[in-house]
Design a protein around this ligand. Sequence first.
Ligand code: 5RP
Length: 223
Amino acid sequence: MNLKQEVGYKAAEEVKDGQILGFGTGSTTKYFIDKVGMRVKEEGIEVMAIPTSYQSVLLAQEWNIPLTTLDEHSIDLAVDGADEIDPQLNLIKGGGAAHTMEKIVDYSADELIIIAHDSKYVDQLGAFPVPVEVIPKAKTIVSNTLKDLGASPKLRMAVNKDGPVITDNGNFIIDAKFDEILSPVDLEIELNTIPGVVENGIFTEMVDKVLLGTEDGVKELKP
Ligand code: 5RP
């Protein structure tokens, strides 16, 4: 079993019968969803999921896990991945361009567990650029404002499509590389005050537990 799979499966063991789950996005969360699907099939547990992306919708559908929405249910447990995690358990997310819905789901959950390979654990956030979802028509003014804030902004380009990445919400992603992020809490707030920004990928003060996959086994971190 690889380290992502180990943490994904371990998080799935924490799921209880009858829970409403938040399904994050990414290659680590995929293992979590797979294992929840196996538990539904083999143990007959009954859960419903609120997905954060088309990726998690499709995975849930593959396993016949019923989906619901935030209009109908609130979330007992959300499980999500991360691109960087600092010692205060602040995060950078959005490597998969899903951070807007991820933040809504993760923030609203009673409990949030982050699952990640230990290479994601860093002393200070900022080696990974901060993904910023923007309304397409605002891309230039948002980029200019990000430069004024000291960042190097780059429009994220698609890989198997010509042109920019289009998010599940129909927007663009600007990856903003900062030299260093001294206060994730302040930067998270500041970025969201720029007109045209939908949501940024800094997540602060919402994680209940991190399961880190290490060569010596799964390590548990709490705030
Ligand atoms: C998607 C995310 C992912 O959770 C993050 O990029 C981690 O992905 P992976 O588990 O594939 O490393 O924020 O927007």
